[in-house]
Design a protein around this ligand. Structure first.
Ligand code: HEC
Length: 213
């Protein structure tokens, strides 16, 4: 082999190995960026749907009955958003009202504690999102966490005794005997929206709905 050819071969091999080592990282970053943009949209759409549903319930059947229907409505919304978008979406908290769906896992707990500290340090809630690719025993998962902050309207059902709607306390004791999600003030961190998608699983392509007749 002439020295010219040897140099050519070595150059080709090193370019190839460079490409394979750089490309997966680039692809992963791209997937993470896409997941982040999509998650922001899922979170915004989900919160808008939940608030709409709850406002209609509070206005039509009152706080007490809404507390009963919340337990069916929000899990149904979690399910619809998750199945439609190839994700697992739910709301989690360090002190949940609904311990079955609302308890944070280890990654979510760490994120919520970090957010609590950031809020105390004066960081704005819309600058607090956490995104990470996490290795679990069975797979790698993209994970997304966005804070949920108390507003005056939340305190009817999540506030201290004096802020709570009168009928809410009794309904809470009845439907959520293990409730830990009260005593909040305006602007407190109540929990987070958590979104999870297995690496390599794409968001489904949604087609525009056909015109309604
Ligand atoms: C009509 C009463 C009512 C109002 C108003 C209300 N919530 Fe809740 N919230 C509930 C009930 C009941 C649950 C438990 C069932 C469920 O999962 O939705 C809950 C669950 C949650 C959870 C999930 C974690 C957990 O504790 O189980 C978060 C987070 C939360 N609420 C935050 C808020 C915030 C923030 C607001 C205001 C924007 C709000 N809620 C307004 C009744 C209410």
């Amino acid at each position: 082999m002439t020295s010219f050819r040897r140099i050519y071969l070595i150059t080709t091999l090193s370019i190839l190995s460079l490409l394979t080592s750089v490309d997966p990282a680039l692809a992963e970053q791209h997937e993470l960026d896409e997941f982040t943009i999509q998650s922001r949209k899922y979170a915004a759409d989900f919160m808008a749907s939940l608030k709409r549903m709850r406002r209609i319930d509070v206005e039509t059947v009152g706080v007490s009955s809404t507390l009963e229907t919340c337990g069916h409505h929000s899990p149904q919304l979690y399910y619809e958003f998750s199945v439609k978008n190839n994700i697992v979406l739910r709301r989690v908290s360090l002190a949940p009202r609904n311990p079955v769906l609302g308890s944070a896992d280890a990654w979510e707990q760490a994120g919520l504690l970090k957010m609590q500290k950031m809020l105390k340090d004066g960081v704005k809630p819309d600058e607090m999102e956490i995104v990470e690719l996490v290795q679990e025993p069975a797979n790698q998962y993209f994970r997304y966490l966005q804070p949920i902050i108390a507003e005056p309207g939340c305190l009817k059902c999540h506030g201290s005794e004096k802020d709570m709607a009168m009928e809410a306390s009794d309904a809470l004791k009845l439907f959520y005997p293990k409730d830990r999600a009260n005593g909040y003030k305006d602007n407190d961190l109540v929990g987070a929206i958590s979104i999870k998608r297995a690496k390599g699983v794409a968001a489904p392509r949604h087609h525009a709905a056909p015109p309604q007749h």
